[in-house]
Design a protein around this ligand. Structure first.
Ligand code: XMP
Length: 317
């Protein structure tokens, strides 16, 4: 019988055998998968696991510090690397979604490799790959048409000649969460919505600048906090705000404004492959719209995305 407790015992045993006294490096994202995978590996080999968490400048508001604090609480050995400015420099002039993904993917590998070189004698690479990533990467990189180039799988190992350690490779998301609970990982970490690797860069349509990131971080923060406060967060699979490259006319006091439009997105889904727009209560939407327009300077109009996947996708880019 599969139980989280058995899985943890068996996997830790296997990891000890597989890894021995070799050193493992691992990129952490603050997401459920990489956190659970790292915690398992840490249980097996302790401080021979070296976690790297990169601030790519397109994380959510306060996310870098909060995630590092959680890793500390769990007892993981993780180094936070602030690479924000390098990413902002590379975003200049890039408007195409795939070009932006390439910037993130490539620069991330650069930063990660630099950190790996600073450590001595690393031989293995830990990854939080789960079963749907394996399947999705086959269909994304295989014969079918590429819709969006995800970089959850691949990229790092080929270049670095490291042996892979992937303890979650045969698990589905709900099983990963149950294993995480068994490992004592805090609920606020396990219950987090999925967040794309390219982060807010693919939620700022067009060119990404530091100013736009700050604007979107503030608006997104109001939205996500509102979902939590109104007990809606856990009934939604994924939510986020999107900054549109559209300005429109509004009025504030007796002044004319000409500012950005923000789209709110929330979907229900089982695995992200298909998704329905979430029927959030009108009262909640009205409240959030007011909060954002009154408190986030630079946005004077809020719209709600009522498209399902397919034919739309969850992210706008
Ligand atoms: P779409 O927009 O394709 O998104 O319906 C499905 C799920 O995948 C996430 N997503 C990404 N995750 N790198 C990632 O790691 C990416 O480039 C990327 N693009 C989309 C999206 O947030 C949703 O959970």
């Amino acid at each position: 019988d599969w139980t989280p407790a058995h899985f943890v015992t068996d996997t830790v045993e296997q990891l000890k055998k597989q890894i021995g006294n070799r050193k493992v490096i691992m990129a952490l994202s603050g997401g459920v998968d990489s956190t659970v995978a790292a915690t398992l590996i840490h249980k097996a080999i302790g401080s021979n696991l070296f976690g790297i968490f990169v601030d790519n400048g397109v994380l959510r508001k306060n996310e870098f510090q909060q995630v590092l604090d959680t890793y500390n609480k769990i007892g993981l050995n993780v180094k936070g690397v602030d690479a924000k400015q390098r990413f902002y420099d590379e975003f200049k002039g890039k408007t195409d979604p795939e070009a932006k993904r390439k910037v993130i993917g490539k620069l991330f590998i650069d930063v990660f490799q630099e950190e790996a070189h600073k450590l001595e004698g690393i031989e293995m690479l830990g990854q939080g790959t789960i079963y749907p990533d394996v399947i999705e990467s086959i269909s994304v990189h295989g014969p079918s048409v590429t819709i969006k180039s995800h970089h959850n799988v691949g990229g790092l190992p080929e270049k670095m000649h490291l042996q892979l350690v992937e303890p979650l490779r045969f698990l589905f998301k709900d099983e990963v969460r149950r294993v995480g609970k068994e490992l004592g990982i805090p609920d606020e970490m396990l219950g987090r919505h999925p967040f794309p690797g390219p982060g807010l860069a693919i939620r700022i349509l067009g060119e990404v600048t530091e100013e736009k990131v700050e604007l979107l971080q503030d608006a997104d923060h109001v939205y996500i906090n509102g979902l939590r406060e109104h007990n809606l967060y856990n009934s939604i699979w994924q939510a986020g705000a999107i900054l549109l490259p559209v300005k429109s006319v509004g009025v504030m006091g007796d002044e004319r404004t000409y500012e950005y439009t923000l789209a709110l997105r929330a979907v229900t889904s089982v695995d992200g492959m298909t998704a329905d727009w979430a029927h959030l209560p009108y009262d909640f939407l009205a409240h959030i719209s007011n909060e954002i327009i009154n408190n986030v300077k630079g946005i004077n109009r809020v719209v709600y995305d009522i498209s399902s996947k397919p034919p739309a996708t969850i992210e706008w880019e």
